[in-house]
Design a protein around this ligand. Structure first.
Ligand code: UD1
Length: 458
């Protein structure tokens, strides 16, 4: 039995009155985890690939045009594999060769995306807009909530209804149909990334002009607007909070380069600061991360920009100072970098107040940070973190991508060994994670061990 593991399984402890049932359970199953020995300063260079949150939507946008779409600078992550399967089941032929994805879209794609894939990756919902506008009908499993919050679809649906779609919800599916969507003015209650994307990709082939007010302004939205425009769409205002889309009759497939991943970029920048290291991040776009980099400067890091699109260098020598962070839609501090802000605050000098404004359950993972010795107290959408010089290694787990990465960052500054059970979530969003960390000097390995806790509450 590994240190720190309880001798009695949780399953056994939960059903003491029914030993026969417990006896029928297998004694253990295997679990993959990252084993991190803390204490190393990260030093060296990393290269960032294309953005997960862009490429998945660009792949879905390929459904809008018959023929071959080619996406370059695609990240080699599990979510791309899942999205490829979603598209294959819709009748596309998808090839992934290194960082290039080739998608051949048929004249008449399928219109149904099943729960078995949508539940693995809620971004599958981004096929809703393209399929509805191209095929006149679509049936997509409702993804439900996930580890970071409730994640509604009401704005996606209200926007499509405003454009003339009939939308119903049956047996866990969202079903939408419309002979041809028409232009409309849509005011979003919140600048939702996913709702903006679904309405935008529906509007490009609608009849007339659609205006999306309070639209999301993320660089990934600008990226999909760029690709759609190359395909022949007429979109004005990309990167502002008002998007105007004049519908066209047909689009043509294109070759498009995916924007760099600003969240992976930010993760490396914070990793440098947390470990008091010196990391150069290449192929990154610092202008997409201005607030996050400014927070690192306030914490005492030196951040040197290498030029547009080339990246930057982050050096942190003394202990980081505490900084307050408030997450907001772009251009605010990204919610996906909240776990990294908590990890930094946990080892900073002084107390930090971290406020989350986007997802209602994003702080769930802080219980695992506490297992590493972090002093984190949450109240509603605020967390107060009192920094310590060192954290202390322990077994932890995470079910979302960014929490997993944040825990590994914290583990790098924890005395002793930390086992982070978050391999699947991290594979979903971080290409070559272990190799890149080892390249910077981290002591980290991916190991498979028997899971004697059975993980029923995972
Ligand atoms: C995307 C990103 C995610 C990022 C988030 C915010 C992808 C695959 N994921 O998620 O990594 O953290 O943007 O930057 O791109 N909401 C509703 N009703 C709706 C739509 C959204 O209530 O119809 C709420 C959500 O529950 C959430 C908030 O709005 O609380 C923001 O969600 P949204 O911007 O839509 O995030 P996603 O597109 O799901």
């Amino acid at each position: 039995m590994r240190p720190g593991r309880r001798r009695q399984s949780k399953a056994a402890a939960a059903t003491p009155a029914d030993p026969a049932r417990v006896d029928r359970l297998p004694y253990y199953c295997a679990v993959e985890l990252f084993r991190v020995t803390g204490g190393t300063r990260l030093v060296g260079e990393v290269t960032v690939g294309g953005a997960k949150n862009s490429v998945l939507k660009l792949m879905a946008a390929a459904l809008l045009a018959e023929g071959r779409t080619v996406l370059t600078n695609a990240p080699r992550i599990l979510d791309v594999t899942i999205m490829s399967e979603v598209l294959r089941r819709l009748g596309c032929t998808v090839g992934v060769n290194g960082e290039t994805i080739t998608i051949d879209t048929p004249a008449e794609p399928g219109t149904e995306a099943d729960y078995d894939l949508v539940r693995r990756m809620r971004a599958s919902i981004c096929v809703l807009g393209p399929l509805l506008t191209r095929c006149g009908k679509v049936k997509v499993a409702h993804p439900g909530g996930d580890a970071i919050g409730s994640r509604g679809l009401d704005m996606h649906i209200a926007g499509l209804q405003r454009m003339g779609a009939e939308v119903t919800s049956e047996h866990g599916f969202v079903i939408a149909q419309a002979d041809r969507l028409h232009g409309a003015t849509i005011w979003l209650d919140f600048p939702s990334v996913g709702a903006t994307e679904n309405i935008l990709t529906a509007a490009v082939l609608a009849k007339g002009t659609t205006v999306i007010d309070n639209a999301a302004r993320e660089p990934e939205i600008v990226d999909i607007c760029a690709m759609l425009t190359e395909m022949g769409a007429r979109i004005y205002g990309a990167g502002t909070s008002t998007l105007e889309v004049e519908g066209v009759d047909a689009l043509a497939p294109v070759i498009h380069r995916t924007v760099p991943d600003r969240i992976v970029t930010g993760t490396w920048a914070f990793a440098a600061a947390i470990t008091r290291g010196d990391v150069t991040v290449r192929n990154a776009e610092p202008s997409h991360l201005e607030i996050a980099l400014d927070k690192l400067r306030t914490a005492g890091a030196e951040v040197d920009l290498l030029g547009p699109g080339e990246g930057f260098r982050v050096r942190m020598d003394p202990r980081p100072r505490a900084v307050d962070v408030v997450t907001l839609p772009y251009p605010g501090y990204p919610t996906d970098l909240l776990p990294m802000a908590i990890a930094l605050a946990a080892v900073a000098d002084g107390p930090s107040m971290i406020t989350e404004n986007v997802f209602d359950a994003r702080f769930m993972f802080t219980n695992e940070m506490v297992r590493l010795g972090a002093d984190v107290r949450t109240d509603g959408h605020h967390a107060v973190v009192r920094g310590k010089e060192w954290l202390s290694g322990a077994p932890v787990r995470a079910t979302d991508i960014r929490a997993g990465a944040g825990l590994v960052m914290a583990a790098l500054r924890a005395a002793g060994v930390t086992e982070v059970a978050a391999v699947y979530p991290i594979d979903r969003g971080y290409p070559d994670f272990v190799a890149q960390l080892r390249g910077l000097g981290a002591e980290i390995e991916r190991v498979t061990v028997p899971d004697d806790e059975m993980s029923f509450d995972f």
